[in-house]
Design a protein around this ligand. Sequence first.
Ligand code: ARG
Length: 472
Amino acid sequence: MTGRSQKAKKKSAAANALWGGRFDAAPGAVMEEINASIDFDKKMFAQDIAGSKAHCAMLMAQSIISAEDGNAILAGLDTILGEMESGGFAFDRALEDIHMNVEARLAELVGDGAGRLHTARSRNDQVATDLKIWVRDALDGLDGAAKDLQSALIDKAESHAATVMPGFTHLQTAQPVTLGHHLLAYVEMLGRDRGRMADCRRRLNECPLGAAALAGTAFPIDRDATASALGFDAPAANSLDAVSDRDFVVEFLCLGAILAVHMSRLAEEIVLWCSEPFAFAHLSDAFSTGSSIMPQKRNPDAAELVRAKCGRVIGALTGLLVVLKGLPLAYGKDLQEDKEPVFQVAETLALGFAALTGMIADIAFDAERMKNAAGRGHSTATDLADWLVRVLGMPFRRAHHVTGALVRRADEKSCALNELDLADMQAEEPAITDDVFGVLGVDNSVNSRTSFGGTAPANVVRAVAEARRRFL
Ligand code: ARG
């Protein structure tokens, strides 16, 4: 490393320069291999430096360190931030983690006074603080990405407010629905996901800094000052809890898992819609890949991967819960295992959002084919039963029975329900009139479903406006 003092270099060859006072020898190679977290926790450099600056400013304000030392430390931290941002910082595995890499470099830049920064603090409260800020930043980024996906879905829903498609239950044609209504269902899911992110953010926003190693400190620190400088609502109330709590990580992974499940459902629908038997939709070349053997293929790989990546997100949640289970208070090195899953999940979710938002903007639907499919499978049988109830005053159970007989009749004649003639209808129920044909087409069916939250095109137009107001 550049510029480190000869003395420090000599010491670190034998033992860690920062905690090696009672050690004669450096850790063994395997010890360093298993212990070091710098390869992944360097992702938190900006949060770590922000935490150190807030701590330093507070130490100065409380006259725990001199203004001279404090200002030199603050300037040194800014220099280090610049080096890390530009990629010019040489991270050293022997220094274990981001905290000690920063502190060692600070000693090079500022000299002995740098050692005063760690007064009244420990890496235990430091790492908990860094990670909270990192998760908070990640939540803000993901919330924006969720909103972008909602926006793309709402735009698509608007242009397909009256596009009819088959609605499925059991993946069997059930009743006609509008594509706009279907797409808005995902907007609701994402709205709940964003609510969970907001909850997680609100609950995590108590600052661990100043809990020190586990028991607090004898120095006259001002925890309110550091908490507010770092954007927290308050200092965490219990020092033992502050250094050992990883609920916020579990919540992040948990809301991430629910979100990834939602993403996988939308991705799966894209895969189905783009398949040859469905052929409801088409992704452009930008979101399709070819097969190396079958020249005709257009594969929706991006959708398949979004569907699949859900696995690693759920795995991360399970993994961390197992790490935390039975861990006694307060800090244990086990807690270092919290970071990789968080970083990986945040990255996976961001990529999933980008891919889905791109695909939703890109996807082109075949309205005619969807409408034809919507009419198959006697999808308006419920409309016929409802007509018998509404117009003839039949109890629904009896109407269901009569409609079932008419469905069978249509099957026998290999025709659709609305292709039966009136005589066929009256053979099952003499009171049926010509009026019944007014409810049998797919357009009539969707147009009639105007109950709150229903699929009618008029509802979709209103729901699009409402969704823009609620979410964008
Ligand atoms: N790299 C450590 C972690 O991620 C930092 C805290 C280490 N604390 C300690 N007492 N060894 O958890």
